[in-house]
Design a protein. Structure first.
Length: 419
């Protein structure tokens, strides 16, 4: 018998964590944080004592950010790709810098986890009595999905997944055996993404229009994945004006280029990085802020980092533009800006005068792609629809039941499925 419990990401985006427990084996799939304005929120807690494997599918903080917590009381084996290890180290160090007061671990625990990790390198891994296979999920560099065989049951965890090719990465290829359970993300279960080529064209039209009008185009972007994607798109389409890179996007870009085999076109990224101006300090920041061009900077939801410094400057400048290209979690400044056209500290929101654009460069499957995955699953698996706002998880579960006949659920945090 295998029991699977939702420790996080049940009807929400953030703090992903799923416990897979057999008679003599316990695995955790991710252990992320939910980043809010006031403080980060962790998944349900678990013990490190009897943990046979802590699997980190990719470096984004909603999947990795709380993982060092387990190293306050033990040294469970952590599994991730080399790229994920390097990027996780960078992102969690930044999280500690910004939110250390609320985080139940310190840099020492992060170092212990990183120093002792086991690299996912394409071969199956034995964790207790479980055998786990990994394949690329096409979401960000280093991201994987996981197939777990335990006590005669087969469980597949999608992590965050994208099956289409982007300027940065090749899409995931799904080829699975018969399953008993699938844990599927639902982030965009109610949305179909427009064709990538259309979105790239729209971005180029906006940035050219803004810059040729003497304005500054700010692109707040996740430091890992989306920032590099934006560099690649601008380079691919021959953007001829100034491009600046700021925030943690700079550090992440350097790391990502060290693993060219994981990229769709490493030369495209290398050329884009060589051409961009790397902002180095406040003096440099003031220079790029006061001349036409494009600035790519984290954070992607305007929750902190260098992008907020630029936003504070351009919000009242009518010729400038902020272009949001990342998922905006409800309640974040980016989401409030999109929904209300307002920006500022809590309680001090003001209408912005700068142009605001939303361009869909998602690195997640859209509705059709998610249903395509569900329809391709062999056997008669139960399907848990997770990692989405409540309406998205419920909608995906209902669509899967109607179109495939599989038992599909949108579990809340704390709920379990027994196989």
């Amino acid at each position: 018998m295998v029991n699977v419990t939702v420790f996080g990401a049940g009807r929400e985006v953030g703090r992903s964590c799923f416990e897979v427990k057999g008679p003599n084996t316990k695995l955790l799939l991710d252990y992320g944080v939910l980043v809010r304005e006031d403080r980060p929120v962790l998944p349900l807690s678990s013990s490190s004592k009897d943990m046979n494997g802590l699997i980190i599918t990719h470096a984004h903080l909603d999947h990795s950010g709380a993982a060092p917590f387990f190293y306050t009381s033990g040294t469970p084996p952590a599994y991730m790709t080399n790229m994920t290890m390097q990027l996780t180290d960078i992102l969690i160090r930044d999280l500690l810098h910004l939110s250390a007061y609320y985080i139940p671990f310190e840099a020492l625990e992060l170092k212990t986890m990183i120093d002792g990790y086991t690299e996912i390198d394409g071969k199956p891994e034995r964790m207790g009595e479980a055998e786990v296979e990994f394949s690329s999920s096409g979401h960000i560099p280093g991201s994987v999905n996981a197939l777990i065989r335990l006590d005669g049951k087969s469980i597949w965890y999608s992590g965050d997944i994208n099956t289409i090719d982007t300027a940065l990465l090749k899409g995931a290829k799904i080829d699975l055996p018969e399953l008993d359970l699938a844990i599927m993300e639902s982030t965009y279960a109610t949305v179909d993404h427009p064709p990538r080529e259309e979105q790239e064209k729209k971005l180029m039209e906006v940035v050219n229009d803004v810059v040729e009008g003497g304005g500054l185009a700010l692109i707040p972007a996740f430091s890992v994945g989306r920032s590099q994607e934006m560099l690649c798109v601008l380079q691919k389409h021959g953007f001829k004006y100034d491009v600046a890179l700021d925030g943690m996007s700079r550090t992440a870009s350097r790391v990502i280029l060290t693993r060219p085999g994981e990229l769709r076109d490493p030369k495209l990224l290398k050329d884009a990085m060589s051409r961009a101006r790397w902002v180095s300090g406040e003096k440099d920041r003031k220079k790029v802020m006061n001349r036409p061009g494009v600035i790519i900077s984290s954070s992607g939801m305007l929750t902190g980092g260098a992008s907020t410094r630029y936003m504070d400057k351009i919000k009242n400048r009518t010729r400038d533009c902020v272009i949001l290209v990342s998922y905006q979690v409800p309640g974040t400044p980016g989401r409030i800006l999109l929904d209300q056209g307002k920006y500022g500290p809590p309680g001090e929101l003001r209408d912005v005068k700068c142009r605001t654009e939303w361009i869909n460069f998602s690195s997640h499957c859209g509705s059709k792609s998610l249903m395509g995955i569900a329809k391709s699953l062999k056997g008669n698996p139960k399907i848990l629809c997770v990692h989405g706002e409540a309406a998205s998880c419920i909608a995906l579960a209902e669509n899967i039941k109607r179109e495939t006949g599989h038992e599909a659920l949108a579990p809340c945090i704390g709920e379990s499925v027994r196989l």
